[in-house]
Design a protein around this ligand. Sequence first.
Ligand code: B12
Length: 216
Amino acid sequence: MSEEKIIEDLKEAIIGLNEGKAVEATKNLIAQGIDPLVCVEKGLSSGMAIIGDKFNQGECFLPELIRAGNAFNAALKVLEPEIMKRGEKQSQAGVVVLGTVIGDVHKIGKEILAMLLKTRGFVVHNLGEDVSMSTFVSKAEEYDADIIGMSALLTTTMPAQKEVIDFLKEKGIRDSFLVMVGGGPVNQKWSDEIGADGYAETAEEAVQLALRLIDT
Ligand code: B12
């Protein structure tokens, strides 16, 4: 079977909300030696984008989003060891505390980012989802983090990224941490507006950003 066909199968499995098929297609892709990041980008993420559009247009609802999310996560679990194996391990690029902001339970993009950061030698403390402002800051202090990474997928939860930055300023420790922000509705303009140190659109770009931030 061709690479395109299996990637299409993976994308279709996400659109079809079929966890079993997503796992099967992922295993086929690994067996064929296809780059796991291509599987994430062209298979899983593009399938999920279509589900998002359908949800937007009222063609599918919350239960379908949940099932698509489960299929995505199951496939990602299969890919994780392969991604880790291929990563260019470096020694201790830096320490990152990463989480999805308060009020927001979207985790898929953050999990991909956590995984990719680990493959590039970052120590990642994944705080999970629905993370409060004080947790971001206290964990960053506790782990002596270089970077605080915040994901927000809802326009209504984006302001929580600003609140964390404002809280750091209030405590007089803004300069102790680099802050990067991301997630669907987030963009460079927002990042500049709230005084973050950087924004990236994809997890791959976020890793490059993290390396750049640490470098400077
Ligand atoms: C799956 C999904 C869900 C699942 C989440 C499952 C899970 N465990 O994560 C569930 C069903 C729980 C869900 C719930 C809701 N959802 Co939802 N969901 C989605 C969906 C379809 C996909 C999100 C996703 O995982 N994408 C795939 C990943 C790989 O992409 P990503 O998250 O954007 O991450 C990439 C980048 O953004 C970046 N990145 C991510 N984080 C970070 C962090 C940093 C620091 C950096 C630098 C980069 C970075 O790297 C990632 C990889 O490249 C999107 C639609 C879409 N197109 O995004 C809607 C979407 C985000 N949801 C939406 C909504 C409205 C909701 C609900 C409010 C629905 C409801 N009525 O209850 C609830 C909110 C629940 C809550 N309080 O959080 C809207 C948001 C609209 C808006 N702009 O505010 C969207 C856009 C759907 C739509 N088109 O309307 N959802």
